[in-house]
Design a protein around this ligand. Sequence first.
Ligand SMILES: *Cc1c(COP(=O)(O)O)cnc(C)c1O
Length: 422
Amino acid sequence: MKHWNKLSKEAIHARVFGALSNNIDFYEENILGVPGSHLDSKLFYQDAPFLKDAPFLTALIHNPNHIGCHTLGKSESFFRGTHEIERELIGLCAENILNGEEGAFDGYVAAGGTEANLQAIWIYRNYFRNEFNVKNSAICILCSTDSHYSMSKAANVFDLDMALVPVDEHTREIKQDELENIIREQRAKGKSCFIVVANMMTTMFGSVDNADVYARALEASGSRFMIHADGAFGGFIYPFTNPANTLDFRNKYITSVTLDAHKMVQAPYGTGIFLIRKGLMQHANTKEASYVEGEDYTLIGSRSGANAIAVWMILMTYGKYGWNEKTTILLQRTSWLASELDKLNIQYFRNPFSNIVTIRSAHVPEEIAAKYGLVPDSHHSPKWYKVVVMEHVLIERLLPLLEDLKQYQWERRLAETNTINR
Ligand SMILES: *Cc1c(COP(=O)(O)O)cnc(C)c1O
């Protein structure tokens, strides 16, 4: 997509209703061969008067199926109108957000970040097997100990080994010397191909990996590798707060990226976004999907077209500058929280481009964590609690937390003084 300019409400409505009118209409047309229909009409009637002002709800009850991948080859012609919106959304994310070249990417709206990460690992496993004739036992998933648990899930599902690189306790950066040791160990175990997942903001810390550290070490070792960036959390904020970042498609080593619109974009659940450079998606083609026009390159199969429409509508309502403003505000609030914690000498981790502040559990008693819904790194033995500065996390909402943390600090000091004096 050349420009990501904000659209008026009227233009968005016209576009979505126009797209729906290019799909088949289960209400009006004689479509006899698909195992799909509009939503059950006893509950979801299409003639509710408010629907004419509600393009997303209308899309939901029309229930288009976006099965397959619409950026390559053929797609189900029944739903070509709304497929076009998804194609535009994929272009917007790859080109306008992640700085890729025009028309050079495939992708689709996945169930979530988990599926998008699995999709990447599935593609690279098959790529190594197809291109270099290796077995699973020669392939290793490589990521940091701060990575999301979906990588363990992928290792299990795709029957691959995984190696975790430790991170520095304070900076959360991957330890380079340990990375080199791990690569050496894995090569000794017969691994020659590595699937790297670099984090564009981790779930717990908002920390960001340097993909070039992985690339240099793997190149030096003479290994084959592919790098996927997991931006499930950070993909809709980090590229805006840090435009000079090295985790987008300007980096030749990054071949695919996960984004999650149901996190920072506040889209409905079911809106992970998977993006990959052209030429690789084919490794996930299931040719046996012969009843699907255009076959299927995705893990999920049937999926709701309304999800893609929701994300497209949100991003087009803001436009590039509006989205920039939104992320700037979140970042400012986060910086404010960080500076207040500094004043109280409370230890925390924060990447300066991120909207997550992760506080050492020593400063946070369980009651405070529970009262404010702070999420621990581990429910068994919390070492950290995080605050995620989302739209509803206003400074007014942060003030009582800071007050309570201050009170706790004061009580603890008092208790310590009493013990010493006794
Ligand atoms: C949330 C998250 C995921 C998983 O996303 P789901 O949408 O919950 O499947 C993967 N990676 C990171 C970094 C995340 O924050």
